[in-house]
Design a protein around this ligand. Structure first.
Ligand SMILES: Nc1ncnc2c1ncn2[C@@H]1O[C@H](COP(=O)(O)OP(=O)(O)OP(=O)(O)O)[C@@H](O)[C@H]1O
Length: 421
């Protein structure tokens, strides 16, 4: 039977939505997650058991208050039900039953300054996402802190495993959120017979997808710490030695392959890379790959559409990586003809594409778009959210009639606050 939000659950959601969200920086996650004991993991699950329902409740509330009648579109209602269902799973999950002595030990180290995580600094990109950004609650030592030095009874491991399974299922339930919201926007556009996305809807989508990134990082990180055997250089999903040259090369190979398949080319345009081979930094490699792949795909497409699919050679795409104290910047330059200046603001809006629009299957349940060459108009705005998430940014400058330069700034200090609102 289809899930319905009961009035009691609604009341609870409203209650939770009154609490502020607590941000976690990349740096805090790295410091916390090194060789966690079962007790530390238990504290982390307690943090998530408090934090995730708050974040989810904020989203349900927002989905309820959408401008115009977007909230009534069937796909948006579907998404709201997923959020409410996950909220219920979290708040109904039983608290751990532990002997008193263990409970006491669990919080014993929490005032130990050696275990205290550094406070966040304001995210330099947060203000451009929302004008009403409130600072999130400092994480301090309340939640994530290492508790060690004792034998943890089997109940602790058992609880950690069950909790991990539950949040993994939530992550899976939310896999098709981006495509389903996109479907909802399509429904809305048809309804109002216009192609333009209102500014308020655009702002909602930025906040909504940004929050989704945060929730998925928290869950992904927790699952990885509980599940995966520890790999050197990795703390959960974060790699402390993310190699830029290697990541660009892999994204370039993938994008060129897709381009060759899509246009039936013998050889896709070349991509030349200027980057020290040993340049590494702390980042989530899957995010970096995703952004680079999307940007390179755009440049490849622009070149093939400008020069045609039957030329012997295209002007190569140049990828230049610069290492500053604060940022690592990756510039991608193509000679694909650029974008008319009038259209520049549009490239950051969702659903703006010059490719033939793809139809979205309403029952589509894949986690992300399965890489066609182009067609949803999500590549740039979503990549910018990923970049901003950890304090970076994405900028695009075009010379119409010549080509486009995209600057991907990645913040290497990585202690900026999560952009929550
Ligand atoms: N390097 C570029 N050169 C020329 N035009 C570009 C470039 N990058 C983006 N664009 C324009 O911006 C539009 C939006 O790009 P975006 O990456 O957001 O979506 P898309 O590539 O159309 O679809 P997808 O969701 O599959 O990424 C493109 O359709 C294209 O018209």
């Amino acid at each position: 039977m289809a899930y319905r939000i009961t009035p009691q659950v609604y009341e609870k959601i409203k209650h939770f939505a009154r609490f502020p969200q607590t941000g976690v920086s990349l740096r805090q996650m790295v410091m916390f997650g090194q060789n966690p004991s079962q007790g530390t993991l238990l504290r982390a699950s307690q943090f998530l058991a408090d934090e995730l329902p708050i974040r989810i409740a904020h989203r349900v509330k927002e989905l309820d208050n959408l401008p115009h009648n977007l909230g009534e579109m069937p796909s948006i209602v579907r998404v709201k039900n997923w959020y409410a269902q996950s909220f219920e799973d979290l708040v109904n999950f039983p608290k751990p039953e532990l002997p008193q002595s263990i409970k006491e030990r669990l919080f014993v180290n929490s005032n130990n300054s050696a275990n205290k995580l550094p406070d966040n600094v304001p995210n330099p990109s947060a203000t451009s996402i929302t004008t009403a950004a409130k600072p999130s609650v400092p994480i301090g030592h309340r939640y994530y802190s290492n508790v060690d030095g004792i034998e943890w009874p089997p109940e602790v491991r058992y609880y950690n495993e069950k909790f991990t399974k539950m949040i993994e299922a939530i992550k899976r339930r939310h896999d098709p959120v981006v495509t389903t919201v996109a479907q909802g926007i399509n429904e809305y556009k048809k309804h109002k017979e216009s192609d333009v996305i209102d500014i308020d809807i655009q702002a909602f989508l930025d906040r909504f997808y940004m929050s989704r990134i945060g929730i998925r990082i928290l869950i992904g990180q927790h699952v990885a710490l509980n599940r995966s055997p520890s790999r050197s250089d990795y703390v959960g999903i974060i790699c402390t030695k993310t190699n830029i040259a290697q990541t660009v090369q892999e994204a370039a190979d993938n994008a060129r392959f897709i381009c060759e398949e899509y246009y039936g080319l013998f050889r896709a345009p070349e991509i030349s890379l200027h980057c020290p081979n040993d340049l590494t930094f702390t980042y989530v490699p899957t995010h970096l790959s995703h952004m680079l792949f999307e940007l390179l795909k755009n440049s490849l497409r622009a070149l093939v559409e400008l020069f045609g699919d039957d030329v012997d050679e295209y002007p190569p795409i140049k990828v230049i990586v610069a290492e500053g104290k604060e940022d690592i910047t990756i510039k991608i330059s193509d000679e694909g003809g650029g974008i008319p200046r009038r259209n520049i603001p549009l490239v950051w809006t969702y659903m703006y594409t010059t490719a033939e629009t793809q139809t979205l299957d309403p029952n589509f349940s894949q986690s992300d778009f399965k890489a066609p060459m182009a067609g949803f108009g999500y590549g740039l705005p979503i990549s910018r959210l990923y970049a901003r998430y950890f304090g970076g940014d994405l900028k695009l400058i075009s010379m119409e009639g010549f080509g486009t330069d995209v600057y991907l700034h990645l913040n290497r200090i990585s202690n900026s606050d999560e952009p929550l609102h």
